[in-house]
Every structure is written in C-alpha cells, then in structure tokens.
Design a binder for this molecule. Structure first.
Ligand code: ASP
Ligand code: MG
Length: 411
C-alpha cells in the first residue's frame, strides 16, 4: 500500500464527463489498495472567467476579494468529483484550502504556502476515505481569509499536500504525457523524457517550459517528493507512467544537455553612456528592485574612454513600462545619455546537469547559432544552464538548432 497524491488540471476536469474519467483513474489506485488524496484545478477557462468578473466589478480591486472570487472555481470541481466518486461506491469528501488547512501568507493573488496540516486528510484515510482537495487556495492563519497561490498554483498545492501528508509520490495528471526535451508543438523531433532531475526541471520551468508552476518544483525538490507528470487522457485501466522528476542520483544515464526552453516574456533595456564609476549599477538596479521588478540578464560593456559604459538588461514584459518609467524619472540622477528598449526579443536556454563537468558546452551553441546568422544580444550562464537573448523572429530556428546540436532529436 502506498499513499498518493493525484492532481488533475483544468483540461482534465473540463466537464462532468471528464470528471467521471478522472474518477476512473482514482478508482484504479483505490482498488489497488492505496490511500489517495486528489487535488483538482478549476474547469479549464473558469479561472479566466472569474478574473474577468473581478476586473469588470472594480478596476482597482481589493486582492482579498479577488481571492474569494477566483478560488471558487476549484470549490466546484472538488465537490463534483466527490459526488461522482461517492456515486461509484468510493467513499470521498471534498476539502477546501481552509478546511485542510493549507496555511499561506497574505500576499493575496500570489500567496506562498507556509505549511500544510495533513492530520485531517490522514484521519480520513484511516476511515478508507478519499480526500478531494481544492487546489490553488489556502488560508491566511492570522486573518482567516482565503488566499490563492498564483496562476497555475494547483500544481504547488498538490506537491505541498504530498509533503504535508508524507505521500510516497505525487502524480500530476495533465493534457500532455510528460516532460519533453523542448516544446513538441515547435519541434516535432522533441522526445519525452523518462526521468529528469529536480534541479533541471526547476530551470526548465523557470526558463519557460509551462507544464508545471515553478514553485511546485521547488517544493518537490526541498521535500524530495518523487513527482510524475503524466496524461489523464490515457486509458484509466492501462496508463503510461509519464516523466518522473526525481533526485539526480536516481538518473543513471545523464546527458550533457537535457532540455531546451524558450520564453518570449522578456524585454530588453539598454542605458547608453552611463558613468563608469562605483555605485552606478546600484543606482540603476536598486530602484528597480525596490519596485519589485525582477531583472534577469545583465550585460555591462568595458568602457572605451574610461568614463562611460553601456548597460543592457532584461525585465519581464509585464514590467517593461514601469521599468522605463522609473529609469526615465531617474535619468539625471543616474546620469546616462539615452535609454533604448526592445520588446521583440526571446530568451532561449539550454539546461543540463552535465554542464557541470563538461567544458565548452555553451561555446558550441554560440558557434552553431552564428552559422545560422542568429545574433546574440546577451548571454547568461549558471552551473547547469546558459541562456541567450535573441531577436524573437529567430526563436524557432534557435531552439531547433540547439536541440539538434546536443543530440536531442528523435531518430
Ligand atoms: N485554476 C487556477 C488557474 O487557472 C489554478 C490552476 O489551474 O493551477 O490558474
Ligand atoms: Mg497548470
């Protein structure tokens, strides 16, 4: 007997018919003798609809009431799945975030989980009862108010609940059958991975792979929850296991590069002729940090004349206007000649634990990209990843080029 968390995303619960299919997956595990907690998203499209109601109701809305409204989508699906399971003769009850309780902080709209009290769910297991938990939502302990965990947050609920009830594994059921070496819609030669390490998955998710919320991977890594990404559209009686996200020690055959990710959510800002003296970088980046703007890639050129230099960096597209506004207001204080911005850029990243022990991995990419005539605007590297910023028009070509270069193409 094992203890499992099974999480189903929006497309998997998009209708009562699909919820009945989900119940068949749950039945399979219950019949095998396992203790099961299910975590559900809202029906696909529901959360967007609810967000629309909120912004229609009030342009500058109170985020606490936003959370009350948007958390309701998950309440509907948890109740429906419990009803369907009961109808099939499987004892089940629904749990809202505040009932578990799943405690989160009061950053309404993007709250972070503080801890999960698994005792109620575990007591239900003793009575052979399936727990059906609403994902995406928690409660702030001090105020007792409902909080939500940010878009895609039900992945994070699932992994946190798995940690909180000490589950043997967490199965994330979605509309794809696993994690691929890159986006299979862009690169038909992409391959499904059997296993990927927590660290690599964290980078893949952070760099643009959209299968899992980044924070869910962080929690899985910290609590060492073996997590599978698998398809809810498989035959419930004969499903595939999907991709296992696990400790790197569990992965025997390690590639140098395991995946290529891309993101078009970044924008580039260049400050021309900034004074080349101590304190200038702080003068540029502190005000952005104070405004909660996340700067990613930074390139500073060596100054030609010993007096001025250029600084280029990227910020998320959603923060571009605010960043430009802040820097324009500080033009005299910082002391630069001109600000140039570019929105049509993309970040392409290659990720692999093997980079730690192999030299020249990124250099090969720079050569391959130049042979395709792709200009690199900025570069960043870390221990297991490098990213290049390029013109957005070349995204697909760059992803395909790197995917082939590192031997990831399906034969
Ligand atoms: N329903 C929420 C959303 O659409 C949470 C989730 O599905 O993970 O973002
Ligand atoms: Mg999702």
């Amino acid at each position: 007997m094992a203890r499992l968390v099974m999480k189903f995303g929006g497309t998997s619960v998009a209708s009562v018919e699909r919820i009945k299919n989900v119940a068949c997956h749950v039945k399979r595990e219950v019949d095998a003798g396992h203790e099961v907690a299910v975590v559900v998203s809202a029906m696909s499209g529901k959360t967007n609809e609810l967000v629309g109601y909120v912004t229609d109701a009030a342009k500058l809305y109170d985020p606490r009431e936003y959370d009350v409204v948007v958390a309701s989508g998950e309440q509907v699906t948890s109740g429906l799945l419990a009803l369907v399971l009961n109808d099939m003769g499987i004892a089940a009850r629904s749990w809202q975030g505040w009932q578990v309780p799943l405690y989160a902080d009061d950053a309404h709209g993007s709250a972070r989980i503080e801890n999960v009290d698994g005792s109620g769910i575990i007591a239900g297991f003793a009575a052979r009862e399936v727990a059906v938990v609403s994902g995406f939502q928690g409660v702030h302990k001090a105020t007792g108010r409902i909080t939500t965990l940010g878009r895609g947050g039900s992945d994070t609920s699932a992994v946190a609940i798995a940690a909180g009830i000490k589950a043997d594994r967490c199965d994330i059921y979605t509309d794809v059958d696993g994690i691929y070496t890159t986006d299979p819609r862009m690169v038909p030669k992409a391959q499904r991975m059997d296993k990927v390490s927590f660290e690599e998955m964290l980078e893949l998710a952070s760099m643009g792979a959209k299968v899992l919320q980044v924070r869910s991977v962080e929690i899985a890594m910290v609590h060492k929850v073996p997590t599978y990404v698998r398809s809810s559209f498989d035959d419930p009686m004969n499903p595939n296991t999907g991709t296992l996200i696990c400790d790197e020690e569990t992965i025997v055959e390690q590639q140098v590069i395991t995946g290529i990710a891309y993101s078009k959510d970044d924008t580039e800002i260049t400050l021309r002729q900034v004074a080349d003296k101590p304190g200038v970088a702080a003068g540029v980046f502190m005000p952005l940090a104070d405004a909660n703007i996340n700067v990613d890639m930074i390139v500073q050129n060596i100054s030609e004349d010993g007096r001025t230099t250029d600084i280029t960096f990227t910020v998320p597209a959603a923060e571009y206007d605010r960043a430009v506004d802040i820097l324009t207001k500080l033009k005299d204080e910082i002391g630069y000649r001109a600000l140039q911005g570019a929105k049509d850029v993309a970040k392409v990243s290659a990720i692999g634990i093997g980079m730690r022990s192999h030299a020249g991995v990124a250099a090969r990419a720079f050569k391959a990209l130049s042979e395709k005539g792709i200009n690199i605007r900025a570069i960043t590297t870390s221990e297991i990843k490098f990213s290049v910023l390029i013109d957005a028009a070349y995204t697909e070509l760059a992803v395909r080029t790197l995917h082939s270069l590192y031997g990831l193409d399906k034969a």
